[in-house]
Design a protein around this ligand. Structure first.
Ligand code: ATP
Length: 290
């Protein structure tokens, strides 16, 4: 095999909670996440020389060892003593530094794809374990689908897919650093989402319950720094979204909406206001290794 194509879908947080800061300085988190049909395309091609090359036309995507897909390839090469090279082509669709785990998903897709290209025969669990060495969100992205993530985000408990709906996403043209937002969190005054209620609503396939349980402790911090993010959320609710929430540390905000006409209203009204707006479906199901 000389070439493998893999999709790297974005995730959204239906909940994001930070519980406490651990002695190792990581934050203990609790997040319900699901993958959506907004995906980068990763093309992995064998190279005759023993090197890793990144090819991406997006100027915000690093083309060296800072790239998480590069780190995924390097990890597999080192761990399994692989003396082959690979060209990693990244067609970027997911907005960068947006709270949608684009880089983590590229790394996860690279792990899944190289498992195939290099015939490694690793399971999703083994790939997820390797992924967690690269970044906290990579393990979730290896599996995809819907899950509760705990620990640093690397402990994954699978959940069934939520009932189908539209996800309208809007990313204002500002950059948000996850580390900066974590640093500004006041752990004593967080409005914690009800993660258990979210999980129960998903298990019950209760769309209304899901909409009532969305919550993200990082919203207040990002809203204070960038009021336009809160304005987008308020706008989505005014336009009839069933729920609206910031994903990750932002700045992307998403609306959940079941009716096509409301989806269109939200999508069209945001397009004049925001550079990057998407209307997609949830993916729901986990990835399979074929
Ligand atoms: P998360 O939701 O996991 O916090 P994010 O969606 O906010 O992540 P990314 O799109 O992953 O953020 O990008 C964060 C930074 O990671 C970028 O500024 C970029 O320099 C770096 N990066 C490394 N690899 C990639 C990649 N393959 N695609 C995009 N960014 C990457």
């Amino acid at each position: 095999m000389l070439k493998v194509l893999v999709k790297a879908p974005a995730k959204i947080n239906l909940t994001l909670d930070v519980l406490y800061k651990r002695p190792d300085n990581y934050h203990e988190v609790e997040m319900v996440m699901t993958t959506i049909d907004l995906a980068d395309r990763i093309e992995l091609s064998s190279l005759p020389e023993d090197e890793i090359h990144i090819n991406s036309l997006n100027r915000y995507v690093p083309d060296d060892k800072r790239n998480l897909a590069y780190q995924a390839a390097k990890l597999l090469k080192d761990r399994f003593h692989i003396k082959k090279g690979v060209l990693i082509g990244i067609e970027k669709v997911i907005p960068v530094a947006a709270g949608l785990a684009g880089g983590s998903s590229d790394a996860a897709a690279t792990l899944r794809g190289l498992n195939k290209l290099w015939n490694l025969g690793l399971s999703l669990d083994e790939l997820a374990e390797l992924g967690s060495e690269i970044g906290s969100d990579v393990a979730f992205c290896v599996y995809g689908g819907t899950a509760l993530a705990t620990g640093r985000g690397e402990k994954i408990k699978e959940l069934p897919p939520p009932p189908p709906c539209w996800v309208v996403l809007a990313k204002p043209a500002i950059g948000v650093s996850t580390a900066d937002i974590y640093g500004r969190l006041d752990l004593n005054s967080l409005k914690h989402p009800d993660t258990k209620a979210m999980m129960q609503a998903i298990l019950d396939r209760d769309f209304e319950g899901i909409c009532q349980s969305v919550g993200n402790v990082m919203e207040d911090v990002t809203f204070k720094l960038h009021p336009e993010v809160e304005q987008i959320k308020d706008h989505m609710i005014r336009c009839g979204a069933d729920a609206a929430l910031m994903s990750g540390s932002g700045p992307t905000v998403f609306a959940l909406v079941q009716h096509d006409s409301r989806m269109n209203r939200i999508y069209n009204s945001l397009r004049g206001f925001c550079e990057q707006v998407f209307a997609v479906r949830m993916l729901g199901q986990r990835h399979t290794l074929d």
